[in-house]
Design a protein around this ligand. Structure first.
Ligand code: SF4
Ligand code: SF4
Length: 275
């Protein structure tokens, strides 16, 4: 299958005569192979484009290219916008078994892991997909039960084998301490620093580049006054995680990290701080 794909950065729709639209043969016969989107740039329909290549020759800014794709066998599990990257299928961890996701860079492994951890909600290539729609789509399958647990904030069997050993020693220490923050609790950057050495800022730097979020739950690390601090996935996502992880614990507790003490606090302390 050959389709035309827009290079959004190259498109200068305010400076051209929208030649792509005007010369597209299917558009000239009355269908909507190319329409102008809300941002004023063309949106090309994968279903209707016949891959003739005329728009490529007509565009004065070289903003369209043709790509060859294998025939789509099924609906995508997740797509990053119109003409965007899409992944298919979903690997499901099963209790007592090892599930691996293998493949070269750029085939969607991270997207699948993010779906399994709840950081990304699968959209099946559509807009406005809600959690209820996702659970209904997977009704009656193991995927349904697994994702429902994730969305309900329950502990799920995500015991991924993590490539810690390739990381710098200090990063390993910080991430291993972070893993120990239990569901329903948060710890401060400073308290982790006390447990593993270094300072709060150094811990924050490790959190910012945590390659295993949210499996290594850096969203459970907050400022010493329980303000959210930062999160590489955005504060909205951090807040969503913490809201799901409310367990109604009332008091702080101490856990042992490197034979030192790491004090953790109910996640409600942070959420209360925001209200
Ligand atoms: S793709 Fe080319 S012809 Fe079409 S709107 Fe953009 S710049 Fe203009
Ligand atoms: S390749 Fe042909 S059919 Fe597809 S958008 Fe361009 S002009 Fe239209």
């Amino acid at each position: 299958m050959r389709i035309a794909v827009l290079k959004k950065d190259s498109c200068r729709s305010k400076k051209c005569g929208t030649e792509c639209l005007r010369f597209c043969p299917p558009v000239r016969t009355g269908d909507e192979t190319i329409v102008i989107g809300a941002n004023g740039k063309p949106v090309i329909s994968e279903e209707l484009c016949v891959g003739c290549g005329i728009c490529i020759k007509k565009c004065p800014f070289g903003a369209i290219t043709i790509v060859s794709l294998p025939e789509e066998l099924e609906k995508p599990t997740h797509r990053y916008g119109v003409n965007g990257f899409a992944v298919y299928g979903l690997a499901i961890p099963r209790s007592g078994r090892v599930t691996g996701i293998l493949g070269p860079n750029g085939i969607g492994k991270t997207t699948l892991i993010n779906i399994l951890t709840g950081e990304t909600k699968p959209n099946f290539g559509r807009d406005n997909v809600r959690e209820e729609d996702i659970l209904e789509y997977y009704a009656g399958t193991d995927v349904h039960d697994y994702l429902k647990s994730v969305y309900d904030g329950k502990q799920v069997p995500t015991r991924f084998s993590l490539a810690f050993t390739r990381l710098p020693a200090y990063t390993q220490k910080v991430l291993k301490a972070t893993v120990q923050i239990p569901l329903g609790y948060v710890a401060s950057y400073g308290s982790i620093a006390k447990a593993v050495g270094g300072g709060a800022r150094a811990v924050g730097n490790v959190m910012a580049s945590n390659p295993f979020a949210p499996i290594v739950p850096c969203h459970r690390v907050v400022k010493s006054d329980f303000a959210l601090g930062g999160y590489s996935g955005g504060l909205k996502v951090k807040l969503e995680f913490l809201n799901r992880e409310k367990r109604g614990f009332l008091t702080s507790k101490e856990i042992k990290v490197n034979r030192r003490v790491l004090q953790v606090f109910p996640v409600e302390y942070s959420l209360r701080n925001l209200s």
